[in-house]
Design a protein around this ligand. Sequence first.
Ligand code: 2AM
Length: 196
Amino acid sequence: MGGERARRLFTAVAIPGALAEEVLGRVKAGVPESGFRFPRPDGLHLTLHFLGDVEPGRIDALCRALERSLVRIPGPVDARLAGTGAFPRRGEERVLWAGVEARSGALEDLLAAALVGAEEAGFDVAEHRSRPFRPHVTVARPRGAARAPETFWSLDLSGTFRVEAVTLFESVPSERGPNRYVALRDFGLVRGDVEK
Ligand code: 2AM
């Protein structure tokens, strides 16, 4: 029994590689590498639900439940990166991000389905459900107490992409550099034109 290490999982929308490369290139041009860490372009994402450490024995049931809940959501969803922001707020930046927008309610529907899937697999999502949802893609984190330079706020981080699936990611620590975000499974949205 046991022995296998827990896996740090989250559900997210993956940002396509070409857009991720381009956007991170623009971020690196406006934010000094000496003060900030940047995510890798592969695995750049919009987090829906951070599950935390999950026992490996629960992953199959989680995938089955996510598949059932996400296949009910019509897709694809046309989304765009728009604007810059920070958590917790400008002036106390711990995370610098690009905002994400789509037609009204579309990203909220993806989040709701991701939470329903996790809940059906036995995860407690009550706290996540009550939390405000600020769709964003993390593009930099300060090293120590570095502050975002003025150049960050005026960066153009816009770009469009098409969401056809929600992805279960694993956050894998790496000895050097930022964690790697590894896509484990994609859960496709039902094609909207099939429903009609
Ligand atoms: P983010 O979406 O603001 O970047 C994997 O760690 C992803 O899950 C990150 O993108 C991270 O934040 C998000 N996340 C949310 N809550 C987290 C937590 N408590 N610990 C680590 N990551 C968390």
